[in-house]
Write a protein that binds this ligand. Structure first.
Ligand code: ATP
Length: 215
């Protein structure tokens, strides 16, 4: 299938999310492979709920309607574990009781078998990101930038088919923010991942370069 067929990417068809009588969100859009679509909106407008819906863990208190296709496949028909939608949040959410390597091993697809092969993949991914030799480190001993890079690697090592970024740069200081943002966007584009970015920051949306949806 090619992008030209209109089947690739992430397609939201009349997605509606409500909470009781309150309509939270009404959205239709297509995010092409490697495109980064920014979603902005006031607090409580349903941005995080949209991501929970797409990833498959929205609280049953919400009512939902609409269809979502990822690379031509009905995403909502798949259980959460099979959707292969990668998430990054404001907090890096690295498991504090696991080493850096343990965090990455945890995210590695089960289809990669064999302890040595799994360990080698983790080492390779760390080395490629300039973090060779960090596998046994406690995440608490890393700098903010290093933690952010490990969080990105943990998302990508799971081989997602789309990315959902929920203000992933907002806790980083200004200098680091630009650097990590470039890294994340660059990887999303190079991997051809359709990406949704929730942000309140105009600079993030401008750097994303894609359309901006205002809820
Ligand atoms: N599990 C839940 N049960 C009931 N209501 C919820 C639940 N989770 C969120 N809400 C409510 O749903 C609405 C949408 O929340 P959501 O977190 O999606 O908004 P948001 O746009 O991401 O906000 P913010 O910009 O502050 O992160 C809010 O009114 C929130 O209080």
């Amino acid at each position: 299938m090619t992008a030209e067929s209109g089947q690739d990417g992430l397609v939201l068809e009349d997605v509606r999310i409500a909470l009781g009588e309150r309509r939270l969100l009404d959205l239709a859009c297509r995010v092409a492979p490697g495109e980064i679509l920014s979603v902005t909106g006031p607090s409580g407008s349903g941005k995080s709920s949209l991501f929970a819906f797409l990833a498959g863990f929205l609280d049953p208190a919400f009512t939902v309607a609409g269809r979502v296709r990822l690379d031509g496949e009905d995403l909502l028909a798949l259980p959460a574990a099979q959707r292969r939608v990668g998430l990054m949040f404001q907090d890096d959410l690295l498991f504090p009781h696991m080493s850096v390597g343990g965090n990455l091993l945890f995210a590695l697809p089960a289809s990669l078998r064999g302890r040595a092969a799994r360990r080698a993949r983790v080492e390779a991914v760390l080395a490629e990101a300039g973090l060779g030799g960090y596998a046994d480190r406690d995440p608490a001993t890393l700098s903010g930038g290093q933690r952010a890079r490990v969080a990105l690697l943990r998302t990508l090592i799971a081989e997602p088919r789309a990315l959902l970024l929920d203000e992933p740069f907002s806790k980083l200081d200004r200098a680091l923010r630009g650097q990590i943002r470039s890294l994340v966007f660059d990887r999303a584009r190079r991997l051809g991942l359709p990406t949704l970015l929730v942000t309140h920051d105009e600079e993030d949306a401008a750097a994303a370069g894609g359309p901006v949806v205002r809820l």
